[in-house]
Design a protein around this ligand. Structure first.
Ligand code: SIN
Ligand code: CO
Length: 390
């Protein structure tokens, strides 16, 4: 059984005992860890217009807990004090493919659950304040020392400080506290309150796992039902009793409504996988512009053959989300909120199309043997999910 870092736990034991349940501190999860990026590299990313970043100052010139959204400028950096601020950059795993290896130990968790690798830099006393997140997160200390205080249970009804653009709890009582050194990692389930304060110049890597909300999922189910023209029935009341108050919505009406909603979910059963696949493959809105850069016209099979023949290499876009599913009568690839059908006999290609990082001439020889898969690859290229390496 695959080990979960150096914890003595298997990956399954970690899932059974800790995942979504309780925090876990792992000393030296990454032995002799050295950050692959420097604070200057991170500041460079924060200055890029298409990259999501924030600066959080505990005592900013415009007030306490001041948030400046990126792109940050040289002026922003030059006015910063020595201490008490944090710079955060989202989706570093997509912007710098060279850090993807850090995600490898987490690939036993479904890909669609992972959101991003966020990296923060903070000088001494830098913090974003005590807060909760709706995410599971692995907080890997990458440079310097950070003190983490953590609650002992999930807190759903947090009271937040008013008038701020950061979510900071008015009250926070720590149950546990640790200093994390480079290579140490802390796992936190969703809604566990946490407060991390830099003891010195420090960088923290947050590997965050998203979970769709009930209403977002319902929205996707409804859209798929509409598209497939399913669940077209209407409210009905053959059991109607004489109405006493004409304008009242009575409890029997609500019972019928609940039954109607249950029936709708039952009717949605055949499209649930597709609804989820489309939802989880939607491109993150903050990455949409970068993802659109690889959009192209639908290529022909001959073009692909030629380009591969000349030594061309196709690269899978990290700005796009991929997923696949298979059932008894075929499968689907999901990309950018769309689903693409694949016959049963071609389902073995699904991991290749959605997990591989690159296709060379050798892969092309394999892909070429299925006309349906070649056509699908052409569509995925047109959508920007795969692009030619320059
Ligand atoms: C940080 O890196 O400063 C904050 C990370 C978090 O609390 O989620
Ligand atoms: Co947090």
């Amino acid at each position: 059984m695959a080990a979960f870092f150096n914890t003595g736990l298997s990956q399954q034991q970690f899932l059974d005992e800790y995942w979504q349940k309780k925090p876990l501190l792992i000393r030296q999860a990454f032995v002799d860890f050295e950050s692959p990026i420097s604070p200057d590299d991170l500041a460079g990313l924060a200055c890029e217009p298409e990259i999501e970043s924030r600066l959080i100052e505990e005592n900013g010139p415009e007030g306490t807990w001041q948030v400046t959204h990126g792109p940050l400028s040289v002026d922003d950096f030059s006015r910063l004090p020595e201490t008490h601020w944090t710079m955060l950059v989202q989706d570093v795993d997509k912007h710098l493919p060279g850090v993807q290896y850090l995600l490898d130990p987490f690939r036993f968790i479904p890909d669609w659950r992972r959101d991003d690798l966020m990296i923060s830099y903070a000088p001494e006393h830098g913090t974003v304040g005590p807060h909760t997140d709706g995410y599971d997160v692995f907080l890997l200390q990458a440079m310097g020392t950070r003190n983490w205080q953590v609650s002992d249970k999930a807190i759903h009804d947090v009271e937040l400080m008013e008038g701020l653009s950061v979510q900071i709890m008015t009250e926070f009582t720590a149950a546990q506290e640790w200093d994390l050194q480079p290579g140490d990692m802390l796992y936190l389930p969703p809604h566990f309150a946490h407060h991390g304060v830099a003891r010195n110049d420090c960088m923290t890597f947050s590997i965050g796992f998203r979970a769709p909300s009930q209403t977002d999922l319902l929205d996707s189910v409804i859209n798929t039902l509409l598209e497939k023209q399913l669940a077209t029935g209407r409210y009905s009341d053959p059991d109607l009793q004489i109405t006493v108050n004409q304008t009242e919505i009575d409890s029997q009406t609500i019972s019928r409504l609940k039954q109607l909603l249950h029936d709708t979910i039952d009717q949605a059963e055949p499209i649930l996988t597709q609804a989820l696949g489309k939802y989880v493959s939607e491109t993150k809105s903050s990455l949409a512009t970068l993802a659109a850069e690889s959009l192209t016209d639908l290529p022909s099979i001959q073009e692909l053959d030629e380009l591969f023949g000349k030594g061309g290499e196709l690269q899978r876009s990290l700005y796009h989300r991929f997923a696949w599913s298979a059932d008894t009568d075929g499968g689907h690839v999901y990309l950018a909120g769309e689903s693409y059908f694949v016959d049963d006999e071609n389902c073995s290609y699904l991991p290749l199309l959605t997990e591989h990082n690159a296709f060379t001439h050798t892969d092309w020889q394999q892909i070429k043997s299925s006309e349906q898969i070649v056509n699908l690859l052409c569509q995925l290229i047109a959508e920007g999910g795969w692009y030619w390496l320059d």
